[in-house]
Write a protein that binds this ligand. Structure first.
Ligand SMILES: *Cc1c(COP(=O)(O)O)cnc(C)c1O
Length: 385
């Protein structure tokens, strides 16, 4: 008997405490955590500097609302702006809320109503962002959906080039589709989307909720592809586990979000700001990002070498966001890995998604790959082993 709505299929694991790359359950079992709270705990669990910043903030003031001046919001916004193509920030509490703000802003700024997104995308669970999400299973039972969205196939350059529509306010996409199976966008495709936005006088919105905040070895994943988005949204990794989201947009958009046009009671809350500020100060450090790149190369090469001789597995990803497409249902594999002590998650039915903390060590990567090897090679075709 549970007092909760059964919205989640939960694992049989109850965590007692967490530290760095590890979780410990109430039976004393230790897990190497390559889920990171779904790309949230990018500095590992309870990182010292973030903990100290939160503790210090707790001693001063917790919440006053956006009726007040909050210099800590300015300080965090300045850092987000300095590391991105944007000029101004709106703070929210989640990824869906950041995307919700982005879509509203695009409509208001352009005076147009249509939003183009992509098949297999994921943008959130609010009504607007669920509609933006190009997956029927997310939308099932909730129709009629919000007007007006259209979904194009991801990585299809021709379909983007063919798009002719004066009513498009924005094209919104992930640079690597996360929930949709860890599918990186091709550079040619991403640049065609940007070009099309210019042609249609539409805004380019990049949803960096999963890919942002150092996950791919750069502050934001779009920075691998020479893009200049009008709006970027972030959330997951921003607060190291304290709920926070942000929409970062260009100067020209400021006037469309004048007082009264949008808002949030909790958005920009002191505790969230303290956590996020301490998080980005650490992650946006060039030396930290260089290490993320080194480790991601190491991880991907090791996985490639390990799974190379085995058909049936396809590796995809960018930085420390890695997918193994197993071309078969991965639920049992994920349970087996969990029993062995490695936490990973699915991305769609057939893909194992690996999201280690950005602070992961090479030794921990070695351990994880050994467990993955043991588990996956067991199910590969015997003739190929
Ligand atoms: C998780 C996710 C969201 C939704 O974020 P919430 O904080 O759960 O609302 C939106 N977009 C992408 C790409 C995500 O991965």
């Amino acid at each position: 008997m549970s007092y909760l709505f059964p919205t989640y299929a939960r694992w049989e694991v109850e965590v007692s405490h967490a530290e760095g790359s590890y979780l410990y359950d109430t039976n004393g079992k230790k897990y190497l955590d390559f889920v990171s709270g779904i790309a949230v705990c990018n500095l590992g669990h309870r990182p010292k500097k973030v903990l100290e910043a939160i503790e210090e903030q707790l001693q001063n003031v917790w919440h006053v609302s956006n009726l007040f001046q909050q210099p800590i919001q300015e300080e965090l916004a300045e850092i987000l702006v300095r590391h991105s193509s944007g000029d101004a920030v709106f703070f929210a509490n989640s990824g869906a809320e950041a995307n919700e703000a982005a879509i509203k802003l695009a409509k208001k700024y352009t005076g147009k109503h249509k939003i183009i997104t992509f098949q297999k995308s994921f943008h959130g669970r609010t009504f607007l962002t669920m509609t933006a999400t190009g997956q029927e299973k997310v939308q099932e039972g909730y129709g009629p959906l919000a007007p007006t969205f259209e979904y194009l196939p991801y990585n299809d350059v021709e379909k983007v080039k063919q798009l002719q529509d004066d009513s498009v306010a924005a094209i919104m996409l992930e640079v690597v589709q996360g929930e949709g199976g860890v599918v990186p966008g091709k550079k040619e495709f991403l640049q065609a989307v940007e070009q099309k936005c210019k042609e249609l006088n539409a805004l380019l919105i990049i949803d960096e909720v999963q890919t942002g905040i150092g996950r791919t070895g750069k502050p934001f994943a779009y920075q691998h592809f020479d893009l200049d988005p009008d709006i970027i949204t972030v959330a997951k990794g921003l607060g190291s586990g304290i709920p926070v989201g942000a929409m970062i947009g260009k100067e020209k958009l400021k006037a469309a979000f004048s007082p009264g046009s949008h808002g949030s009671t909790f958005g920009g809350n002191y505790i969230a700001m303290a956590a996020a500020l301490a998080t980005v100060k650490e992650i946006f450090h060039p030396a930290f990002l260089t290490e993320v790149k080194d480790k991601s190369t190491y991880f991907q090469q090791l996985l490639e070498k390990t799974l190379n001789n085995t058909s049936g597995f396809e590796l995809r990803g960018l930085g420390l966001m890695v997918g193994i497409d197993c071309h078969q249902n991965v639920n049992d594999l994920i349970s087996t890995l969990r029993e062995k002590g490695l936490l990973v998650l699915p991305a769609g039915p057939n893909v194992i998604r690996l999201l280690p903390p950005l602070t992961v060590t090479k030794e921990e990567i070695d351990q994880a790959v050994a467990m993955i090897q043991e588990t996956l090679l067991k199910v590969s075709e015997p003739s190929l082993q």
